[in-house]
Design a protein around this ligand. Structure first.
Ligand code: NAD
Length: 247
């Protein structure tokens, strides 16, 4: 077990999929977890599931594109806990339409949730982490940030940006003992993938050298390692967790 006792962690997109599993894994390792979601009802549903497992968790649903809302929420959290140790920027949306069918509004929306939200969250959390002279920021990238994808250009564009922010912020914030890393998941069995038919899944699995789709726990464990002191000399890294699907 990695000891995250009394560490305060904020997980955006913590209501389902990778984020919800990460919340469970961090709780199980002693962290005080705060999840962010897009709506009150989905946050409450996730809190019901987490507290049923006996964990003490809190949830908020600030608009991630609105810096002022985020700053107010983080102020409340810092006043309650006296520290913010780990931020996991996990909320994200994907795209798969061809460029002619993609509107500029859809492109902006992807950039807002996948890129601007991370900028806002980091901007709001850094003053607290600098005051503590310690912090960990983890971003969720994707294997499409290495190779792109054949349609839905906004999604890989946003994840290339996530990698750029990760590497740049790692350099900017290292003097303040704040580490910044990203995890780049391959195909992970969240709701979206779980609903695909066997005919669609089997050919996908054939492209993965490890011979299976990833589980949300595979990504949660990577976050756990990177958040822990075991990774104290690791910063600016994009950790691919994809069964070598990128090769
Ligand atoms: P998911 O759709 O199951 O969950 C997405 C989370 O993001 C939800 O908690 C949702 O509330 C939050 N979110 C979405 N739009 C939001 C908004 N406008 N405001 C606030 N929160 C919002 O997805 P997932 O598969 O768990 O993906 C989580 C992250 O992992 C994303 O960044 C995604 O790009 C990345 N990823 C997933 C896969 C995969 O195969 N599942 C692969 C590579 C990368």
């Amino acid at each position: 077990m990695i000891d995250l006792n009394n560490k305060v962690v904020i997980i955006t997109g913590g209501t389902r999929g990778i984020g919800l599993e990460t919340a469970k894994v961090f709780c199980a390792n002693g962290a005080k977890v705060i999840i962010f979601g897009s709506k009150e009802e989905t946050v409450n549903k996730a809190l019901t599931e987490l507290t049923k497992d006996g964990y003490k968790v809190e949830g908020y649903y600030p608009d991630l594109v609105n810096l002022e809302e985020i700053e107010n929420t983080l102020k409340k959290i810092y006043n309650n806990y006296g520290q913010i140790d780990i931020l996991i920027n996990n909320a994200g949306i994907s795209a798969n339409k061809k460029i002619e069918e993609t509107t500029t509004l859809e492109f902006d929306n992807i950039m807002n949730i996948n890129v601007k939200a991370i900028f806002n969250m980091v901007k709001a959390v850094v003053p607290y982490m600098k005051k503590q002279n310690k912090g960990v920021i983890l971003n969720t990238s994707s294997m499409v940030s290495i190779y792109g994808q054949p349609s839905g250009v906004g999604y890989p564009a946003s994840k290339f940006a996530v990698n750029g922010m990760t590497k740049s912020l790692a350099r900017e914030l290292a003097p303040f003992n704040i580490r910044v890393n990203a995890v780049a998941p391959g195909i992970i069995k969240t709701d979206m993938v779980a609903s695909l038919s066997k005919e669609m899944i089997d050919p996908l699995i054939k492209t993965i050298p490890l011979g299976r789709i990833g589980e949300p726990e595979d990504i949660a464990n990577a976050f756990l390692f990177l958040a822990s002191d075991m990774a104290s000399y690791i910063t600016g890294v994009i950790l691919q967790v994809d069964g070598a699907a990128h090769n």
